[in-house]
Ligand binder design. Structure first.
Ligand code: HPA
Length: 245
């Protein structure tokens, strides 16, 4: 069974025929909300809204450990994350979809490991390839089957948020090799790896990153919302294909 973690703009999965919800408690506290079980395209999936169903949990306050733990406990054999990003690379304009291949982590103060020493076990996971190759391929195939263009690859930089970045910070991220920037990619990907769950992401470009728009001025939240609303229609089509494949 697949798990889908929905980010900004995807706190509901309209194509999910919901069968039941489960409130899960974990040793790490409460997940962002109940797990929704149901079918997409005739296949069983479990869905969780990363920011809560009322979109009330900011990126730095998401209990990533509880979320991933709860999905593991529910029997998730793979996790597809949907995450909105700002596009740094010129060809990643608003509305574009990408399946990133690498991450950078600029977050701080988040509980980022299950192996924090409290049970005296020291574990170093391999994270050379942060995303699961087979799951990435499945998403790319699903996008193709759904007729939706997606960028194959790209470096996802995770910032702390909740504020957006300064133009200089985006320049730094680009020098570091980032193609897109979001606030939730880490520690989510690493925690999934720690629990040995294949994990991959669909990044949805909500806006040009700070200082990258051709027009002068800042980033309007209303534009982001409109872009995400339209783009999530396409993401849902990809997810339906993914479940059907
Ligand atoms: N920066 C960080 N996270 C984001 C952005 C951005 O520009 N857009 C959507 N999520």
């Amino acid at each position: 069974m697949f798990a889908i973690i929905g980010g900004s703009g995807l706190s509901k999965l309209s194509s999910l025929d919901e069968e039941r919800r489960e409130v899960v408690r974990t040793p790490y506290g409460e997940p962002s909300g109940p797990l929704l079980f149901g079918q997409v395209g005739g296949k069983q999936v479990v869905f969780l809204a990363r920011h809560g169903y009322g979109h009330s949990i900011p990126p730095h306050a998401v209990n990533y450990r509880a979320n991933i733990w709860a999905l593991k406990q529910a029997g998730a054999e793979g996790i597809v994350s949907v995450a909105s990003v700002g596009g740094i690379r010129a060809d990643l304009g608003p509305g574009m979809l990408a399946v990133p291949s690498q991450v950078l982590d600029y977050t701080w103060g988040r509980k980022a490991t299950y192996f924090d020493g409290s049970d005296s076990k020291v574990v170093h996971i391999d994270f050379t390839e942060p995303y699961d190759a087979a799951l990435r391929t499945r998403i790319l195939r699903a996008a193709q089957a759904a007729g939706q263009p997606v960028l194959d690859g790209g470096v996802y930089a995770t910032t702390q948020g909740p504020r957006l970045e300064s133009a200089a910070e985006i320049n730094r991220l680009e020098r570091d090799g980032a193609d897109m920037v979001g606030m939730t990619g880490m520690p989510e990907a690493a925690l999934a790896r720690e629990l040995d769950i294949p994990y991959a992401a669909i990044a949805v470009v909500a806006n040009h990153a700070a200082g990258r728009a051709s027009s002068a001025g800042g980033i309007a939240m209303s534009d982001i919302e409109a872009t995400l609303q339209e783009a999530m229609v396409r993401v849902r089509l990809v997810l339906e294909q993914l479940c059907a494949l």
